[in-house]
Design a protein around this ligand. Structure first.
Ligand SMILES: *[C@@H]1O[C@H](CO)[C@@H](O)[C@H](O)[C@H]1NC(C)=O
Ligand SMILES: *[C@@H]1O[C@H](CO)[C@@H](O)[C@H](O)[C@H]1NC(C)=O
Ligand SMILES: *[C@@H]1O[C@H](CO)[C@@H](O)[C@H](O)[C@H]1NC(C)=O
Ligand SMILES: *[C@@H]1O[C@H](CO)[C@@H](O)[C@H](O)[C@H]1NC(C)=O
Ligand SMILES: [Cu+2]
Length: 575
């Protein structure tokens, strides 16, 4: 009996492998030919939400086309800039090992690509998983330059799906779902272009922390929730900040809380900055699934400029199996927060009656109540009559019914990696938002190659939102976070005083991690990374208005092993 069972299991496995091979769209034999992409950027009218504005189109599309790669691929990515302004493209989460000149940060790793110019990025897809590419010039990410990247893991990389089930059939279906994983880009949209917002922010002294729509794969609508719905959704947290005021018609917190001790002037606030809801109906994203597949996999990509999105699919819990392009021990949840810059790969069992299930996205911050929807639709001829699916979250992202919210802090990498305890330097940086007096030296950290570095983020002002910090080049370990002031000389010192706030045994491995919110008092977060890739890399908050406001530092990694810049890159005038 046992041997028949194992024979069947083996047979299923073989069938699974055979089926997988058929799905492969590139030759199985790893060719060393680079995979070439070419994108042309243009500035054109586009109607993402039913309302038209000028946006950056990539090969005439928004969002930019997705890149499908295999681990180990050499990539050549040509950017042709037909925008009226300079630009550059960053490959978010790609380590750029040995190719720091292809990281795409103008003024740091390259010269800006001038209007009419082009630039050839060359890099190797050393790691598997979900990434994305986006503009890294001024606020251009908010004008629509972003597209998904998926790097299919090498066959030798162990998948974590055995931790979900030992049913061979299911495992096979999960592997197939992973091979066909599809991006869901979560982003936000404003009625006005980023440069106009920037001018308005400088003129008024106010940060543009509200948007006009949330988008799912570039699609959405401007939906005016109305006073009644907004009132009903207003939480005690909102009320505390609002005092006697109420949310604007776009669900936005009014400008009661001026940040920074410099002049503020409300006279020149452009329409739609805080208020002015003009409804418009765009297209609605529809994701087709087949129950015969048993599972579908999505790469949730946090491409928003400002919004911090809660994601859920009605009646469909998700197995979160990778974060920032690294496997984790799968964790089951009904909703999760996808912060700006993060990627979560999720498996969804397709075991519900055929029908249409609403995908819900909502902003989590107190800055604004705004939401969006898409639909996951089982392709089946017999699905009518259909009922509306049961909402899993409300318009503020709060869970409804019997519901598990992903506890991000409890995720465990698969496999676990343990960072060194031999730390060469500790940097304690207060976020630099709106601190123009800080000298350039304070904005630069120089490291020696091969050393380990601790970076402490202290959120000290009252009423700080969570800041999703993204590090360019290699991933880091999130080793600790907590409340209160950081008054320690090193992590080792802090561990002695507050061991419960640290995880050095199985820390998460990410390229984007979010500081705890500092609503009523200070908080901190500690990350540790190994300097392995000499070059100039940015470390910054991925909330776009925080980055343009100055919340970033430069890591001059491995200055002792600084690379020789290839002649071709040194000479690129990019014009
Ligand atoms: C506010 O801006 C307006 C328009 O630019 C200007 O006329 C006014 O003097 C400013 N007020 C203050 C207090 O600076
Ligand atoms: C936000 O959620 C509400 C309630 O579920 C829904 O009616 C509305 O269509 C959603 N907004 C958008 C833009 O999808
Ligand atoms: C930098 O250090 C890493 C880790 O020790 C090593 O693998 C790499 O080869 C070094 N790079 C250079 C250019 O020396
Ligand atoms: C650090 O601050 C905490 C309060 O936040 C205090 O209890 C502790 O004594 C301080 N530690 C040091 C080393 O100053
Ligand atoms: Cu921030």
């Amino acid at each position: 009996m046992a041997s028949i069972q194992s024979f069947l299991a083996l047979l299923l496995m073989l069938l699974c492998v055979a089926a997988n091979t058929q799905d492969v769209d590139q030759p199985a034999a790893q060719s060393k030919q680079p995979v070439r992409f070419e994108i042309t950027l243009t500035w054109e009218e586009w109607s993402a939400t039913g309302a038209t504005r000028k946006m950056i189109l990539t090969n005439g599309q928004f969002p930019a086309p997705a890149l499908q790669l295999r681990q180990g691929d050499n990539v050549e990515f040509l950017v042709i800039n037909k925008l009226p302004v300079a630009s550059a493209v960053h490959f978010h989460g790609i380590s750029q090992t040995g190719t720091p000149w292809s990281d795409g940060v103008p003024g740091l790793s390259q010269k800006p690509i001038a209007p009419g110019g082009q630039f050839l990025y060359k890099w190797r897809a050393t790691e598997y998983g979900s990434y994305f590419y986006h503009a890294h010039s001024r606020g251009q990410i908010e004008d629509g330059l972003y597209g998904a990247i998926h790097i299919r893991p090498d066959d030798t990389v162990e998948r974590p799906f055995k931790l979900i089930t030992d049913d061979e059939d299911d495992l096979c279906a999960m592997r197939k779902a992973e091979d066909k994983t599809r991006p869901i880009m979560l982003s936000d949209w404003r009625q006005v272009a980023s440069e106009e917002m920037w001018r308005a922010q400088k003129k008024t002294g106010f940060e543009a922390y509200c948007v006009n729509a949330l988008l799912i794969n570039g699609k959405g609508s401007v939906h005016c929730l109305g006073e009644k719905a907004l009132d009903e959704a207003t939480t005690p947290e909102h009320r505390m900040l609002l005092g006697k005021q109420s949310l604007s018609d776009i669900g936005c917190m009014p400008p009661a809380l001026a940040q920074g001790d410099y002049p503020h002037n409300l006279t020149d606030v452009p329409p739609s900055f805080w208020s002015g809801c003009v409804p418009s109906q765009g297209t609605h994203e529809k994701l087709l699934v087949h129950s015969s597949d048993k599972y579908v996999s999505y790469d949730l990509i946090g491409a928003a400029g400002v919004a911090m999105t809660v994601f859920s699919i009605d009646e469909h819990p998700m197995w979160i199996y990778a974060v920032d392009g690294r496997y984790v021990e799968p964790a089951k949840a009904d909703s999760l927060v996808v912060s700006n810059g993060n990627r979560y790969s999720v498996l969804v069992a397709l075991d519900k009656p055929a029908g249409d299930y609403t995908i819900r996205v909502a902003n989590q911050g107190v800055n604004q109540i705004i939401n969006s929807t898409a639909v996951m639709s089982y392709t089946c001829l017999l699905k009518n009559p259909w009922r509306a699916s049961i909402p899993s979250i409300d318009i503020t992202g709060a869970p409804l019914g019997k519901h598990t919210v992903l506890n991000d802090n409890k995720l465990v990498p698969f496999p676990v990696e343990v960072p060194s305890q031999d730390v060469a330097q500790t940097h304690h940086d207060t976020p630099l938002l709106f601190h123009p007096e800080i000298s350039p030296q304070d904005l630069t950290i120089s490291t020696q190659n091969g050393t380990w570095v601790d970076l402490i983020f202290a959120a000290v002002q009252p009423l700080q939102p969570p800041h999703p910090f993204h590090k360019h080049s290699n991933k880091f370990f999130v080793i600790g976070a907590g409340d209160g002031e950081w008054n320690y000389t090193s992590v080792a010192d802090a561990v002695r005083h507050r061991p419960g706030d640290f995880n050095l045994q199985a820390p998460q491995i990410r390229d984007t991690a979010t500081t705890p919110p500092a609503a009523t008092g200070p908080t901190w977060m500690a990350i540790r990374y190994h300097v392995v890739n000499p070059g100039a890399f940015l470390l910054h908050c991925h909330i776009q208005v925080h980055l343009t406001g100055g919340m970033g530092v430069v890591l001059l990694d491995g200055v002792d092993e600084w690379p020789e810049i290839p002649k071709a890159y040194r000479e690129v005038e990019a014009s």
